[in-house]
Design a binder for this molecule. Structure first.
Ligand SMILES: CC(C)(COP(=O)(O)OP(=O)(O)OC[C@H]1O[C@@H](n2cnc3c(N)ncnc32)[C@H](O)[C@@H]1OP(=O)(O)O)[C@@H](O)C(=O)NCCC(=O)NCCS
Length: 171
């Protein structure tokens, strides 16, 4: 399968925070943001493999600052690395000031999607060919995140996660 650049899957979605999206403090609910991110990531994953994709896991999401009613929120997604049937989608979330127009990064996240056939069986996806320094860094670190995600999900044992050896050895 021919490798694809992360630019080929690059996807953005822009949203305005409406009253129905907020919590009792008038800030964006975390669940709504996760939903926007899931949809944006699914489109990016489909652009990479042109197959039906399903969310396998949602990793490393932290909400670093509140997002207020009326703010404009942009989610940017691209595939950082593909394995055999799974893809890591790396996302960054930005808020645009209502009056200043300044873009501020609020959080980033890594979701894992799997390409499936008509009966939901995982199928192979094209590899990723990183080009820029940032793309290469995300590509390299994706293996560590994959092993950590599988370990936390109880799908592999520590011995099957060589990338995490140093972490467990406390180095
Ligand atoms: C995701 C799913 C297709 C994986 O199917 P499976 O039978 O477990 O398949 P496998 O064990 O062969 O794993 C397939 C790939 O998914 C990856 N994977 C499976 N579970 C994972 C998890 N929890 N986190 C990260 N990756 C995972 C595997 O590492 C493998 O990747 P690779 O082929 O690139 O090496 C299946 O679990 C599923 O359909 N889950 C429900 C998806 C869904 O409905 N999402 C919406 C949530 S409401």
């Amino acid at each position: 399968m021919q490798a694809k650049s992360p630019k080929e899957s690059f996807t953005t979605s822009t949203h305005i925070v409406l009253p129905n999206d907020t919590n009792v403090l008038g800030n964006l609910m975390g669940g709504r943001l996760l939903h926007w991110m899931d949809i944006t990531a699914a489109i990016a994953a489909n652009r990479h493999c042109r197959r039906v994709v399903v969310t396998a896991s949602v990793n490393h999401v932290s909400f670093n600052r509140p997002i207020a009613l009326g703010d404009t929120v942009t989610v940017e997604a691209r595939i950082s690395r593909a394995f055999t049937t799974s893809m890591e989608v790396y996302m960054e979330v930005f808020v645009e000031g209502k009056t200043t127009g300044e873009k501020e990064k609020c959080n980033d996240a890594a979701y894992v999607f799997v390409a499936v056939d008509q009966v939901g069986k995982p199928i192979e996806v094209p590899p990723v060919l990183p080009e820029t320094h940032k793309e290469k860094e995300l590509f390299d670190s994706a293996l560590r995140r994959k092993q950590l995600g599988l370990l936390l999900a109880g799908k592999i044992k520590p011995g099957e996660a060589p990338e995490l050896k140093e972490l467990f050895a406390g180095k």
